[in-house]
Design a protein around this ligand. Sequence first.
Ligand code: PXP
Length: 241
Amino acid sequence: MRLSSRVKLGVNIDHVATLRQARKEAEPDLLAAARVCRQAGADSVVVHLRRDRRHVQDEDLRKLCAAPGRVHLEISSEPAMVAAALKARPDSVCLVPERPGEVTTEGGLNLAKSGRAVKAAAARLKAKGVGVSLFIDPEAAAVRAARSLGADTVELCTTAYCAARGQKAVAQELERLELAAYLAYEMGLEVHAGHGLAYHNVKPVAAIPHLGGLNIGFSIVARSVFVGLKAAVSEMKELVS
Ligand code: PXP
C-alpha cells in the first residue's frame, strides 16, 4: 500500500553500499535497493557521495540519477564535489560538513566559517537547476544565514534530539526543532530534518508543523537485515505519514 503524506520520506541507502564495499562485489545492488525503497513508499532516494568514496561511488550516483525517481544527494561544498554532482544531476543536493575520518556527519554546517564556500557551491548548483538544501543545526542564526546564502531548503539536524535523554531534555530538543522549523517556514524555506532518526523517536519530529520531509538511512538499513528492505521502509513510511 502506498501512503501519501505531508512529510516526504527520503531513504538514505549509503549503508547498502557500505555492505557492498565490504567485499567490493556487485551485491547488494544499489539500483535494486532504490527500486525497493520507492515501491515501499520512499519519496526519494538519498545518497552521500563522500570525498573518500567509502560507500557510494560516482558510478552509483550516475546510474541512480539516470533511473526513474527522485535522487537527493549529500556532499560537502568543495568545488570537486559540486562538479561530481553536476555531472550526475540529482534532483536536489544537501550541502553538509564533512570532516575526514568522521564516522558520520557530525552536525550542521558552520555557516559563519564556511559561508563563502557554501554560497559558491549553492550558486553553481542552482544555476543548473538543482535544488539546494543546507544541513544546519536548529538555530535561528543558522536558518537566517542559510536563507541569505541562497538555500531553497534547510535540513534541520536531529542528532541532538536523538541523543537527548530524559523527558525534559527530549522536549527541549523538540522545541528547538519546532522553533527553527517555524522560522524557516516564515522565511519561505522548505523545511526538512534528519540524522539519527529511528523507529522509536521519529513520530514527534514527523509531527512538527511545516516540516516537509525527513531523510533517514541507518535505522532503516539496520532493520532491513531482520525484516527486509521493503518492510523496513514501509514501517518507517507509516510512522511518518
Ligand atoms: N541527513 C543528513 C544531512 C545526513 O548527512 C545523513 C547521513 O548521511 C542523514 C540525514 C541520515 O542519517 P541517518 O543515517 O542517521 O538516518
